[in-house]
Write a protein that binds this ligand. Sequence first.
Ligand code: ATP
Length: 144
Amino acid sequence: MSTYHLTVVSMDGQDFEGEVQKILLRTIDGDIEILARHTDYCTAIGMGTARVTMADGTERKAACIGGMISVMKGEVRVLPTTWEWSEDIDIERAKAAKERAEERLNDQLLDKEARIRAEAKLYRALVRLGSAHPDHSHDHINDQ
Ligand code: ATP
């Protein structure tokens, strides 16, 4: 299968650079899969599990939240707000974040802005749990 050059640079620094067969990720408009020779393109990233198929066919998963993806002259750049490879995700931290967010959302007096923030936090935690380990796949926001 043809490959192309992918770079992933998040706020934390460069997370990946190399040849890949494809990347699948969730944008604000839905899931996209970028293969070699994709037309030039740019959009905003949503929240979901990114799946990167390496040149040798192996797949790596990452929690990919916010930011932009661009395809320009065959070069694909992902600039996420946060990107955590599956093996780097702290599951206990994500579970704790999920519980805190759920607790907040149970508060009937929560104002609209705080509710939106808590919902976003809950989504991030669900994406992390869904990206971290196969055992948590039923929690995954992409499957809902
Ligand atoms: P928390 O309340 O646990 O900080 P959060 O959703 O508010 O969760 P973010 O603001 O999205 O966290 O992320 C802040 C930084 O912490 C980012 O660099 C992100 O990659 C990292 N991070 C957040 N949660 C995890 C996790 N469960 N495992 C690994 N890194 C994480």
